[in-house]
Design a protein around this ligand. Structure first.
Ligand code: AMP
Ligand code: MG
Length: 428
């Protein structure tokens, strides 16, 4: 079959099948050790188990007095119990000696309880006094053993799983790592993603416009998308619509990078060089058409073990292709256990009348009102338009066929940006 023949002879695979085909080839990058302060946004290369119990000593949860609960069972307003204060224990101190019956130790939040003590009574519930020149405390109510005391291992037992391999490191994970004594942490290496724009019409941002030419926006958008997904973008510049040039640049880049993204040239036009190359190349094609709008010619393959994503040149479709296929793969390279975009249901905020032969992935925003999440397709969502990209928080899935969707219907949405910022800029 001639090249052109194959370019036209394309079988559309469903989006979820396309995602599966890609993910089946992706393995996390190798691990590296980074200082704890640089681990934010990376994924753990190994599980974190509690190296000791948390807390590892019986800890006071209050400023007050450590006492023996049995000493105050009869205490009342009318008949307060007086305990002799034998010590004052600050956080970080070793308690001086075991607490005997009839004694109390002043104790601060976070301090270690002396042996013998089994409860802490809040400072505000006590009255300090003196008897025969010695400090005493008056307690006017009984207290149960265990009150205001965190037992050893109450937060985690020694050896308990604190964060599994693949966990995304954020403030909570970092707190656990620091508390576990990790000043550095093994994470997966950030994947390097090479980005090539194809199109003889493309100009760099600094160039003056000329008739028929446009500035390359996809490369810069893709670089930011890669960064937001935890990768390191490597801009390869712009290639003319020439098969040999594209073959050489992508093959070379694939040797250095962990993945390559191209934009443009995937349809069936005369100068669609990616489509032409993928129909006769030395790699293996995973798919060269997806049952979706926008971006049905989106293609992907594996070249020498590296994923090559051939996204549409239309900015809107290029963006949708990245979110559907590249971001989840990037996340997997970083060590994520997840394989696709985060998904949820929402109520459709307004009617959507357009009927499609393929499912449509419609750039949308989300709004939360009265405890319900509404999804609104954005204006300017044609595949060629880029104005809606900046406001997109989700892709509304409009199923193929049917009679359109009505406001109030429950619909499926996929969260863009890995779901990390769902709503807009509204603040309290
Ligand atoms: P293509 O996928 O190459 O057929 O391109 C589809 C449309 O997207 C055409 O209007 C191109 O000019 C436009 N386009 C292609 N690449 C880019 C790019 N890097 N930045 C902005 N627009 C592009
Ligand atoms: Mg083109």
């Amino acid at each position: 079959m001639g090249l052109d023949g194959q370019k036209h002879n394309r079988t559309a695979v469903p989006v979820d099948e396309a995602v599966r085909r890609i993910q089946a080839h992706i393995r996390p990058t190798d691990a590296e050790e980074v200082p704890l302060g640089e681990a934010y946004g990376r994924r753990l290369a190994q599980s974190l188990y509690a190296p000791h119990a948390f807390p590892h000593f019986r800890r006071s949860g209050m400023d007050g007095y450590a006492i023996r609960a049995a000493d105050v069972t009869e205490a009342s307003r009318e008949g307060p119990v007086a305990l002799e204060v034998t010590a004052s224990i600050a956080a970080g101190d070793m308690p001086p000696e075991p607490l005997a019956s009839g004694q109390a130790a002043k104790i601060m939040t976070g301090a270690m309880l002396p042996e013998g003590a089994d409860a802490v009574i809040m400072l505000e519930m006590t009255v300090s006094t003196e008897r025969a020149g010695r400090p005493y405390v008056l307690i006017a109510r009984p207290i149960e053993a265990g009150v205001n005391v965190s037992p050893v291992g109450s937060e985690a037992a020694e050896g308990e799983l604190l964060a599994g391999a693949g966990s995304l490191i954020g403030p909570g994970e970092t707190a656990l790592l620091a508390a576990s004594g990790c000043s550095s942490v093994r994470v997966h290496r950030r994947p390097v993603v090479a980005i090539l724009s194809t199109g003889s019409e493309l100009l760099p941002p600094e160039a003056a416009l000329s008739p028929g030419r446009i500035r390359n926006s996809n490369a810069w958008m893709l670089a930011d998308l890669v960064r937001s997904g935890g990768g390191i973008p490597h801009l390869l510049g712009t290639a003319e619509d020439d098969l040999e040039t594209v073959r050489r640049i992508v093959s070379d880049a694939g040797r250095e990078a962990d993945a390559v993204i191209t934009s443009g040239g995937v349809s069936v036009g005369d100068y669609d060089v990616l489509a032409e190359w993928l129909s006769s190349w030395e790699g293996s094609t995973l798919f060269n058409k997806v049952a979706m709008r926008p971006g049905s010619p989106t293609s992907a393959g594996i070249l020498e073990g590296k994923p090559i994503f051939a996204l549409s040149g239309n900015p809107g479709a290029c963006y949708v292709g990245f979110e559907l296929f590249v971001r989840p793969a990037l996340d997997r390279l970083l060590g994520s256990p997840h394989a696709g975009m985060p998904r949820m249901q929402a109520l459709l905020g307004q009617d959507y009348g357009k009927v499609n032969a393929y499912p449509r992935f419609l750039p949308s925003r989300l709004e939360c009102r009265e405890g319900r999440v509404y999804v609104y397709p954005l204006a300017h969502v044609k595949s060629g338009s880029m104005r809606s990209i900046k406001d997109t928080k989700a892709l509304l899935i409009v199923p193929a066929g049917g009679n359109g969707l009505q406001a109030g219907e429950t619909v499926d949405v996929l969260l863009t940006g890995g779901g990390r910022s769902l709503f807009g800029e509204e603040r309290l």
